[in-house]
Design a protein around this ligand. Structure first.
Ligand code: ZN
Length: 313
């Protein structure tokens, strides 16, 4: 009987050793697995971040320069810790999107037991550029649509909405939000505090501000010019995002209206003001149209220079 107990006890000892051994192997395995998963996750995040940054950098060269878009995207990926052999950028056939794929082979620890010594981790991102559908802070100038050349000097002539002197290069005062000269000047100085959005199927109608607004226009634009506190002053080649000298102007179909009337909003342009001159009912604003990135949704609308970017990871 005593011998039987001893056998059982010895057997139990052996079983415990086996269980402990199995548990240790299992625990070490789990620890190694956790490390593998952690390493893979770390690499996935790093590759995704690099792809996002690269796509957003590259798309800023579109639609103008496909080659530079690819080159810039790849350079940004490298700056974000990805080797050049691990990144591939391309401009998609629409000409408005960049896709960036990043990948790297990651060595494994635990999975070696299962026969996998390494695995490939991949990530990709696509960034698109399009004209901005809507924005806040517009100046109350309705600029008649035209094919503006970026960087060329334009003199925009103020036209009262009931003037016969209307046509391309002219702008008329708009009543954004509230009617009247006080609100008009405020909208020039600080930008319209509401949001303007180009209509898809139903056109967005803006109301003109009748009367001679040349004086208030000069006051407002001079304020914007003086508000540029950047040194040296902003120019076409080098301007600071958010500079008060950049007017976001609504583009409209026509100024061929009389009195207080409706005009159709067709898009947005950005105008870097250089000078404002004129006396009496004459007001001429000289400057250059620029390309301007604004926060907002991409619209399938006319591109007058104000664009937005969208990132799809
Ligand atoms: Zn400035």
């Amino acid at each position: 009987m005593r011998q039987l107990y001893r056998d059982i006890r010895d057997n139990e000892k052996g079983s415990v050793i086996i269980i402990v051994a199995c548990a240790m192997v299992l625990m070490l395995g789990i620890a190694a697995l956790v490390i593998d998963v952690g390493v893979l996750y770390y690499n996935k995040v790093a590759l995704s971040n690099a792809a996002d940054a690269a796509a957003l950098a590259g798309v800023q060269e579109l639609p103008k320069d496909h080659g530079k878009a690819v080159e810039t995207a790849e350079a940004y990926a490298v700056n974000n810790g990805v080797e050049i052999s691990q990144v591939a950028a391309e401009v998609l056939p629409d000409g408005h999107s960049v896709r960036v794929a990043t990948s790297r082979v990651v060595p494994l620890g635990f999975a070696k037991i299962l026969g996998f010594s390494s695995t490939k981790v991949t990530a990709s991102a696509k960034a698109s550029v399009g004209s901005t559908r809507g924005l806040w802070g517009a100046a109350p100038f309705g600029v008649v649509e035209d094919s503006f050349v970026f960087g060329n000097v334009y003199t925009m002539k103020y036209s009262p909405s009931n003037s016969e002197e209307t046509g391309p290069g002219n702008f008329g005062a708009l009543a954004l939000g509230v009617r009247g000269a006080d609100n008009y000047v405020n909208n020039i100085m600080y930008g319209y505090q509401g949001r303007l959005e180009v209509g898809d199927e139903i056109p967005t109608i803006l109301e003109t501000e009748p009367g001679n607004m040349a004086g208030p226009t000069r006051t407002g634009v001079n304020f914007r010019i003086a508000e540029c506190s950047h040194e040296p002053k902003c120019t076409y080649d080098r301007f600071v995002k958010g500079c008060p000298r950049v007017l976001l102007v609504p583009i409209i179909d026509s100024l061929d209206v009389t009195g207080r009337n409706g005009v159709i909003l067709t898009g947005f342009a950005a105008f870097l003001v250089e000078t404002v001159v004129g006396v009496g009912n004459v007001c001429e604003v000289t400057g250059k149209f620029i390309r301007w990135a604004a926060d907002g949704d991409l619209g399938n609308i006319n591109d007058y220079g104000v664009v937005s970017y969208r990132l799809d990871s």
